[in-house]
Ligand binder design. Structure first.
Ligand code: SAM
Ligand code: SF4
Length: 431
């Protein structure tokens, strides 16, 4: 979502004649778009500003803005501790960036804009053409969260759930497709909580799937509680909807899920996966896990490992519990750090094994790859298969923006290598 926000910030600042630069040393305005989900986020800001100060020691100071969730959560502290920062802008206030920059061009005095102006923000963004021109483009459809998991800062930094209008989203998708997008990744902190005047995520998917030159649709991140029947059926009815679902479960222990306020059990989670496999047998899953949550016993941990093995997630993102100030879990008695770390290492080794054996089975198989860009070295092209695996092939033809059948020859943990076997038939959706 920060990538989407950063692109929109570029679109906004173009209006006041600012252009993105690849060379940091050339910048006369420096914007750091931050994430606050786990520890060390604020340290990273101070670290980056330290580097910036060094680079600009003998040059005029650029305007320095901190955007995103660290700005939202720690705006005043940042302004107080680091005088090099001119302004902080929360994730729901970045539409005010031009006003802020123009003010700072005239006079540098600290500015803090951290209101939750989400309606005003999207009104401003809707009137602005999205210039992102990637083959695979992000589109924020929903922001904020009303779920209040006890460990999570999102409801405090991004605010309450808000869904953008279907009409605006279809318009923006059309813009992105006109710019060359073949794949759209619909984004939201709880993307499947999308609800605009009774239109749900499945309605939006079916609507944008009618855009002829749009070939693939993905969405992330979903919450199990909002995984309704219509969304499951969309996977049956829409071929453009890719068969990889990122569905965070966090823990395989019902006791811990309850303590986290996740609002679902392991059994309910597995039931969703079962229904999805029934409508689309080739569907695969990835997930997020928090290891070492307060109160997690060895037995709870073993249950999480059991779930990992049972589902065979093709990608697992696991994090050690990170106490976030202001969240209810911050004050809970913490697990011994070394014990939590050992569990995380054990978990990640098993997750890697599962991933590796899945990837081994792909060797000599043919997958459909959408090519996103030419690589810097040689005639090599980077793309992703339907399950979001990175694939690289060599080719004399320009493959960017095309979907091809690729036979996988070999691979490592991060990348599969293959060769083109043929062009691919076009996919369509049942309306
Ligand atoms: N809304 C999504 C859901 O309900 O699962 C997740 C969004 S959250 C921005 C992304 C991931 O960060 C979570 O799935 C969780 O695994 C991880 N995360 C969030 N807060 C955390 C914390 N305090 N400590 C460790 N990991 C955390
Ligand atoms: Fe955070 Fe997701 Fe829970 Fe919302 S549902 S509080 S975004 S982890």
């Amino acid at each position: 979502m920060n990538e989407y926000d950063s692109n929109r910030i570029f679109d906004l600042t173009k209006k006041i004649n600012y252009e993105p630069t690849k060379d940091l040393n050339e910048a006369n305005c420096y914007i750091l778009n931050t994430c606050h989900i786990r520890e060390k986020a604020t340290d990273k800001v101070y670290h980056d500003i330290g580097r910036l100060k060094k680079n600009f020691r003998n040059k005029p100071k650029p305007i320095v803005l901190i955007a995103g969730c660290v700005a939202q959560a720690e705006g005043n502290i940042l302004l107080k501790n680091e005088k090099y920062i001119d302004a902080v802008l929360g994730p729901q206030s970045y539409h005010q960036i031009n006003k802020t920059i123009l003010k700072l061009e005239k006079k540098k005095s600290p500015i803090n804009i951290t209101e939750f102006d989400v309606i005003e923000k999207f009104d401003s963004l809707n009137s602005l053409k999205n210039t992102d021109n990637k083959v695979s483009s992000f589109l924020t459809i929903q922001e904020g969260c009303d779920k209040f998991c006890k460990f999570c800062v999102v409801p405090y930094t991004r605010g309450a759930e808000y869904s953008r209008s279907m009409k605006e989203l279809v318009l923006e998708t059309n813009q992105l497709v006109e710019n060359g997008a073949k794949e759209i990744i619909l984004l939201g902190q709880n993307v499947n909580a999308y609800n605009f005047e009774k239109s749900k995520l499945s309605d939006l998917i079916l609507e944008i799937s009618k855009i002829k030159d749009l070939k693939r649709i993905r969405y992330t991140t979903s919450h199990p509680k909002d995984f309704t029947r219509d969304l499951i059926d969309a996977h049956k009815n829409c071929e453009k909807l890719m068969p990889l679902i990122h569905l965070p479960v966090q823990s395989g222990s019902n006791k811990i899920l309850e303590a986290m306020n996740r609002k679902h059990t392991v059994e309910e989670y597995l039931e969703i996966l079962k229904k999805l496999i029934k409508v689309k047998p080739e569907i695969k899953f990835s997930s997020d896990f928090i290891i070492g949550y307060p109160g997690e016993t060895n037995e709870d941990f073993k249950n999480t490992v059991k779930l990992l093995n049972q589902v065979g997630f093709i990608n697992s993102y696991s994090f050690m519990f990170s106490p976030r100030p202001g969240t209810p879990a911050f004050d809970l008695p913490r697990l011994d750090h070394a014990e939590a770390k050992n569990r995380l290492i054990e978990f990640q080794l098993i997750a890697e094994d599962i991933k590796n054996s899945y990837r081994k089975k792909l060797i000599n198989k043919t997958v459909n790859v959408l090519f996103e860009n030419k690589m810097k070295t040689g005639d090599r092209y980077f793309g992703r298969d339907e399950h979001f695996n990175s694939v690289i092939v060599e080719s004399d033809d320009n493959l960017v923006g095309t979907i091809r059948n690729v036979k996988i020859i070999n691979g490592n943990q991060n990348t599969l290598y293959g060769e083109i076997t043929s062009n691919l038939k076009q996919t369509n959706c049942a309306a």
